[in-house]
Design a protein around this ligand. Structure first.
Ligand SMILES: [Zn+2]
Ligand SMILES: [Zn+2]
Length: 175
């Protein structure tokens, strides 16, 4: 990746240690400086009472308008369940060729699927999702190779994909 900075900003309740670990892993993978910031805002304005989930489109807009800057990609992290109108839920989303994205921890934990908690796996899943959204920001679309840009419907999909960009995606980014 080119000399772009990455900012990870948490909104609402989000574990600080998790944020630090994720930031370190993303920085290591992308070889790009990662800055972290915690924003203790009330997320209830994003809550859709009919769906009992949080509005991913509204959240993404706020991240872009309120927190993103021109020389940095900003990814908003939440621990609540996100949706967009056409999907039951999303792990995250981002503007293609933009400077903002979002990702949620909510559906990434094993406990949600009746399995024993696994912090390492949870971290790995979140890191992949963040890198995936950063990929969209730098212009990458979904990819069928063994690549972090594969789209994921289930956590198993996240687990089986690579945590880095494939050769084809890397080449597109460095063009
Ligand atoms: Zn995607
Ligand atoms: Zn790829």
């Amino acid at each position: 990746m080119h000399q772009q900075k990455i900012t990870l900003i948490t909104l609402g309740v989000f574990d600080r240690k998790m944020l630090d670990q994720v930031a370190e892993a993303v920085q290591l993978e992308l070889k790009t400086p990662v800055i972290t910031h915690q924003e203790h805002i009330d997320l209830h304005t994003f809550f859709d009472s009919a769906r009992k989930q949080y509005d991913g489109n509204m959240l993404l807009k706020i991240i872009e308008s309120k927190y993103a800057t021109n020389n940095s990609i900003t990814i908003g992290l939440v621990s609540v369940d996100l949706f967009i109108p056409i999907l039951t839920y999303i792990y995250g989303q981002a503007y293609l060729n933009g400077n903002a994205g979002i990702a949620s921890l909510y559906r990434l934990g094993n406990e949600r699927y009746g399995l024993a908690a696994n912090d390492r796996l949870l971290l790995q899943r979140l890191v992949k999702e963040i890198i995936h959204e950063i990929g969209h920001c730098i212009g990458l679309i979904h990819c069928h190779n063994d690549c972090v840009m594969q789209s994921s419907t289930y956590v198993e999909d996240i687990d089986q994909k690579a945590s880095s960009f494939c050769i084809k995606c890397k080449a597109l980014v460095s063009e």
